[in-house]
Design a protein around this ligand. Sequence first.
Ligand SMILES: Nc1ncnc2c1ncn2[C@@H]1O[C@H](COP(=O)(O)OP(=O)(O)OP(=O)(O)O)[C@@H](O)[C@H]1O
Ligand SMILES: [Mg+2]
Length: 259
Amino acid sequence: MSRGARPASAGSANALELRGVSRLFGALAALSDITLSVQPGERRAVLGSNGAGKTTLFNCITGDFAPSSGIIRFFGEDVTAFPPYERIRRGLRRTYQISSLFAGLPVLDNVYLACRGVSRNRYSLLRPRRDDALVHAAEGLIDAVHLTAVKDQLVGELAYGQQRQLEIALALSGAPRFILFDEPAAGLSPTERRDLVHILTGLPAHIGYIIIEHDMDVALRVVESVTMMHNGRIFKEGRPDEIEADPEVQDLYLGGGHG
Ligand SMILES: Nc1ncnc2c1ncn2[C@@H]1O[C@H](COP(=O)(O)OP(=O)(O)OP(=O)(O)O)[C@@H](O)[C@H]1O
Ligand SMILES: [Mg+2]
């Protein structure tokens, strides 16, 4: 390679870069040769029908599953072999398709514990009282997801949509640089969906994300780029308006009576 021809990741690194990522489950290729670049602060939707490989893509990015082949870089660093907590430490977060909250604790405690979990003192045994700075941070995140009015309520008593908002607050704990949202609008009412759009578009500009979302009204409003997946492969990328107008996309996905 000549001195001038540096790889794209060498100067200003992409937030996320996948090169030839595949994942097999037995004979099934859930992901085939995925190559994808996302810039710092970029917001992207990954769309595709059920079983397209979207959640598997997230699992490979987070380290929950190892890819069968390929390379994953996070802000220029090869994290392919890193366990999930090493990726979290570097500022990667996710939300799950299925809720994972402490239902018996108040909202504030859930977020406080998440903030403490990613803070440097998390292994300290000498922790007689609450860390006020972390309480303050937790309250800020609760405000960012519009839950201040219910911060002292038990999570199990919240409406479903509020629980999903709380999950976003957890993903925001500890200065994330990049978040993976897996179907955050699933099961939400129209009002809750509008609230979700406000929450996502109101996130600090330096936080990039990928959102998997079947609701196009939500997905296309909160991103600047779209990746379409089908049968474990990427088959199209573009801006939201390009994707919406694309006949092939409409055939395969938008008009497909998708559940
Ligand atoms: N742990 C697993 N073991 C075996 N097969 C799996 C596993 N996880 C996913 N798969 C299969 O891989 C394919 C992709 O699944 P994945 O969950 O990534 O799809 P998805 O695009 O997220 O779909 P949905 O929109 O329904 O959430 C599917 O055929 C699925 O059955
Ligand atoms: Mg999925």
